[in-house]
Write a new protein. Structure first.
Length: 285
């Protein structure tokens, strides 16, 4: 038989095949290195080294694990004032042609209500799944309710949405989050003993944190505890735009001075809180 094929010996063909294999291996290695470099640049930034966090790699390892996507705490309730002069000015503003529309923030006023919710949407900001382990009141200041002056404008309240419902009794010595049903019924079940809330990267979950007190003027913030990765833990603070959440129980008949909506349905008039029992939206006797 002829030992040559296309002018090449078996020895030459074998040598050629070895060179081709070596070139393919080298090219594949270079491609893998290029893909690896692209992944590294994508996850950690082209000029930054990879930073391992638990079993995965985070895009920004030093960023907050949870972001506040939205926060709403209602401050346009009837308002209680320690300073009656400020209550008078607020009533005059309501009655003026340039009266407040939507959210009004009167100088020195505190929402006068026994129950006030905060609605907050939290978003995951890690490659790993984040587990929220607790939502707690920290710190909490309590004092006597404000009764010097009360102004009750006509306001309508809305709400709703697909939210996790938690209730906090701020009169309790340990105001722990309890499960609240959709109809507003508060259960004896501690929320985080039965529920587990997790957040994946960019996943968002909404909470309605229902705070209530019958006996105290309260000022407080909220702390969210969480964990992720193998054993990474952290916490974040929630408040009202850098100020504590604050409200005082509605004590209409106990107020020394009282303004309520008149017959026109728009203006507020001062009345005697001891004798006037006219029904007013969001300002019960």
């Amino acid at each position: 038989m002829n030992n040559k094929k296309n002018g090449k010996s078996k020895k030459q063909l074998a040598k050629s095949r070895r060179k081709r294999r070596q070139w393919l291996i080298g090219a594949a290695g270079a491609s893998l290195l290029a893909v690896g470099g692209w992944i590294a640049a994508t996850l950690s930034g082209a000029m930054e080294p990879l930073v391992p966090v638990g079993p995965a790699v985070d895009k920004v390892a030093t960023s907050d694990a949870i972001k506040v996507d939205q926060m709403f705490f209602d401050t346009y309730w009837p308002m209680a004032f320690e300073d009656a002069g400020k209550a008078e000015r607020f009533a005059a503003t309501i009655n003026s042609a340039d009266g407040p529309t939507g959210q009004a923030v009167p100088d020195g006023g505190v929402p006068a209500v026994s129950t006030n919710p905060a609605i907050v949407y939290l978003r995951g900001n890690r490659e790993q799944t984040i587990t929220i382990t607790d939502i707690r009141i920290d710190p909490l200041e309590r004092s006597a309710p404000i009764t010097n002056a009360l102004v009750c404008p006509l306001v309508e309240k809305g709400g709703g949405g697909d939210l996790e419902l938690l209730d906090f009794d701020l009169d309790s010595t340990q105001p722990i989050a309890h499960v609240m049903e959709e109809n507003g019924t508060v259960t004896n079940t501690k929320y985080f003993s039965r529920r587990m809330v997790t957040l994946t990267k960019n996943e968002k979950v909404g909470f309605l944190l229902n705070f209530h007190t019958r006996d105290h003027h309260v000022r407080f913030s909220v702390t969210v505890d969480y964990q992720y990765g193998s054993n990474e833990r952290g916490s974040m603070k929630l408040d009202n735009n850098g100020q504590p959440f604050e409200f005082t129980p509605l004590k209409r008949k106990d107020s020394r001075r009282l303004w309520i909506v008149g017959s026109t349905g728009t203006q507020v008039n001062e009345v005697d809180p001891r004798t006037d029992d006219a029904p007013v939206t969001n300002c019960n006797p």
